[in-house]
Design a protein around this ligand. Structure first.
Ligand code: HEC
Length: 209
C-alpha cells in the first residue's frame, strides 16, 4: 500500500472536480482546489488540527505519483535524501532503550486522535502492520515481518542506526512508505523510539528469540 487515507480522499475530490467541470482543469489547479475544499470542510478538533492535511514535498509528490503513475527513481532518491537530513538522532548517541517498554509502545494503538488525551503518550501500533514476535497471534501484514529482525540483519551499530532512522522517518529510506514517520511527525518521543529500537535490536527481546 503506497497511498494514505488523506491522499485517497484528495484524489477522489480531485477526480470529482475534474469530472464535474465543463472545461478540463490542469492537475495542479485541481489539486489546489481539492485541498481548499478539504480545508473548508474540516475543522480543528482537540489535537487533531486541520493543518495535518498540509502536504510536504514528499507527500505532494506521493500524491502525484500514485496508482499506475510510478515515481521516477531519481526523484525518489532525492526525496529520500531530503528526509534523511531531517532525522534527529539522539544527542547522547544511545539508540537502544528498554525493550520491555518498547513492547508496550509496539502494542499500543492509541494517540493523535481528537478523543485521545494529548498528555498521555501515543503508541506505535507496530503490530497493526508487522509481525514482531512469535507469541503475538494477531498482527497486520501491510509491512514485512520484523520477527528475528536483528538476528537476520545483524546486531551492529549500522543496523541500529538504520532501525532508529526508519522508525524516526520511514520515508527517508522508502519514498511514499505507508509507515508513519514516528519521530518526524512527533508521534513518539525520543525515549519511546529508543525503546522500540531496543525491541528490534536486543538479543534478549522476543523479536530475536
Ligand atoms: C501503517 C503500517 C505500519 C505501521 C503502523 C508501522 N509500519 Fe513499519 N513498515 C511498514 C511498511 C509498509 C514497511 C515496508 C516498506 C518500507 O520500507 O517503508 C515497513 C518497514 C519497517 C521497517 C524496515 C524493515 C526492513 O527490513 O528494512 C522497520 C524496522 C519497521 N517498519 C519498524 C516499525 C516499527 C518499530 C513500528 C512501530 C513503532 C512500525 N514499523 C509501524 C508499515 C508500517
Amino acid at each position: 500500500m503506497k497511498i494514505n487515507t488523506t491522499q485517497w480522499v484528495l484524489l477522489g475530490v480531485a477526480a470529482m472536480l475534474a469530472a464535474g467541470c465543463a472545461t478540463s482543469m490542469h492537475p495542479d489547479e485541481a489539486r489546489t482546489k481539492a485541498a481548499a475544499m478539504m480545508k473548508a470542510s474540516f475543522k480543528d478538533r482537540g489535537q487533531a488540527k486541520v493543518t495535518r492535511i498540509d502536504q510536504d514535498d514528499m507527500q505532494k509528490n506521493c500524491s502525484i505519483y500514485s496508482g499506475g503513475n510510478v515515481m521516477p527513481k531519481d526523484l525518489a532518491a532525492r526525496l529520500e535524501k531530503a528526509q534523511q537530513a531531517l532525522i534527529k538522532y539522539p544527542a547522547d548517541g544511545k539508540l537502544l532503550g528498554d525493550w520491555k517498554a518498547g513492547e508496550r509502545v509496539a502494542q499500543a494503538g492509541v494517540g493523535m486522535q481528537f478523543s485521545d488525551n494529548p498528555k498521555n503518550p501515543a503508541g506505535g501500533n507496530c503490530y497493526a502492520c508487522h509481525q514482531m514476535t512469535k507469541a503475538e497471534l494477531s498482527y497486520g501484514t501491510i509491512g514485512p515481518s520484523l520477527y528475528n529482525f536483528a538476528k537476520l540483519r545483524g546486531y551492529g551499530p549500522d543496523i541500529q542506526r538504520y532501525a532508529y532512522g526508519k522508525v524516526y522517518n520511514s520515508q527517508a529510506f522508502s519514498a511514499c512508505s505507508s509507515m508513519p514517520r514516528f519521530g518526524h511527525a512527533g508521534i513518539l518521543t525520543e525515549q519511546q523510539m529508543k525503546d522500540v529500537v531496543a525491541l528490534l535490536m536486543s538479543p534478549d527481546s522476543p523479536v530475536n528469540k
